[in-house]
Design a protein around this ligand. Sequence first.
Ligand SMILES: Nc1ncnc2c1ncn2[C@@H]1O[C@H](COP(=O)(O)OP(=O)(O)OP(=O)(O)O)[C@@H](O)[C@H]1O
Length: 577
Amino acid sequence: MEIDQCLLESLPLGQRQRLLKRMRLEQVKAYHEREKTLNKHSGLKGKGKHNRKHRVHFGPSEMIQDAIINHNDKEVLRLLKDGADPSTLTSSGGTLLHLCARHDNAFAAEILIERGLNMNQQDEDLWTALHVACACDNADIVLLLLLAGANVLLQDINGNIPLDYAVEGTESCYILLRHLEDNGVDVNSLQHMKVQRPSTMLSDVRLLLAAGGSVNQRNEEGVTLLHMACASNYKEVASLLLDNGADPQIADNNHWTPLHLAAKYGQVNIDTLKREKLRSSMCNIFYLSIYLQKTILYFYAIILGTEGTKKKKKKQKVSLLEQCHNPFTLPISKQDSLLEKDAMFRDTSAATSRQPSQDNGCDSPLALSKCGYPSWTFVKLMPPAPNDDLATLNELTDSSLLYEMQKRFGNNQIYTYIGSILLMANPYKELPIYSALVSHLYRSTSSRLCSSLPPHIFSSAERAYHLMFQERRPQCFILSGESGSGKTETCKHIVKHLACRSGTKGFDVILLADRYRHLIVRFFFFTARLHTYLLEKSRLVSPPPNQSNFNIFYLMADGMSCEEKCGLYLNNLLAHR
Ligand SMILES: Nc1ncnc2c1ncn2[C@@H]1O[C@H](COP(=O)(O)OP(=O)(O)OP(=O)(O)O)[C@@H](O)[C@H]1O
């Protein structure tokens, strides 16, 4: 698989790592195949150590995390019975309860609480499960945790309590406020105390300066005052410290500089950290950082920032996050992990504003900014899954196939391969997986289905595109399914990908999409009606057994009240063909 370098660079680190891992896996596979062939030729079959089968085993503690994420309740129970440790920690130092809170799995959360899991345990950012549930507005979990007696006043590393992450007007916020009220906590005085903290530190720093103290003094953990101010987004304090010679390059004992902290804890607006000072230190920090992942977006925002565009970028980023988060900034590490849940793919434009292009065939061509970065900043891909191709399953029965499909559908993985056939389950909702960026991702240099990316109609379209050149003959898609299953939409997506695919530099992709559009008409004749080559009309007079037509009729009837139906003589829908 080959991916454009620019594109690769624009992906968030986690996703980039996953892609690279898959590419690496492909290399290893190719190497393994070559070794096998070589061994065969040299008669080493069965003797060499390369022929030994290696299996990767996951313990119950890893598997339970997967089961929680996928809401596989039976599996959670089984794994707990089989000895999975309920106090297993996730990669961010959180507990399984944090995972439940993030993935809205109240069932598993209840079981874990019953088994005595500490619901006040804090992760690496000192978030409790309640912080997570509030930030994700998973009201059921919020309620569950409160009823189980979770501590609502525990502060995270930024000094924020769960309420600070509950967006005003959401169910979680309401539940939490009621709980605080019922327990006699005065929310206003809480907020007041919070506002007081930076001013207390400011006056302390002023006192220190007046007494001639050093602003770069480090405590036993190597932490300076600037570290503290940056981590907490105390702008005035940071500004005062910088004006008085505080060094933004000093690293603490864990190699964190103040800039790292500003980035990690989401202080993207930290203009107080005199940008020029930071720029000079940027290169060092870039390479020093063991948490490059956490800082890269922040750098991106700063480096690209001419005054005008910086504001725009910042606005884009903030509005993306504003959708689910509150006035207190979320740590970037948290933003990453929380956003990951949202969608299979995401790009900023799709997330912040619905492009008219979603429906009309083609997004604008992939514009690159002056720096060579694509103008979009985010793409989120689902990690590759073993059930991407059902043909590779060990057990192939109706029930196992349906089970896998159902599981995938629940994760918005609407596409699934069975060998080179692509199955689609109509999501009946818009998924942000059809942008030009995603189409670009699925470009490949060969006709092989792209194994490094999840199944997608763009992948099938890409394959047809290459086969057309290889075989030098027209290619054909057979789209089959009952009425309303999504054939027409799929056809549009194929055309969209082919149009984007064919768009060369300076070529108007939209024009090309228009040129392809007439093809759609032909698709209509063939879809789902291959056996008789029926035209649309005949679907009305002789509908296939158990299939409806004019689906809009049923949708409309579904939304009407009994009185409305009665008024229109639609009491018995089945009486109408
Ligand atoms: N990939 C998709 N993502 C989101 N919604 C979809 C998708 N595919 C289909 N839909 C939804 O399903 C509806 C029906 O899809 P579509 O018109 O493509 O069905 P069809 O199989 O062509 O139906 P018919 O055979 O009756 O013409 C669409 O209007 C759309 O709301």
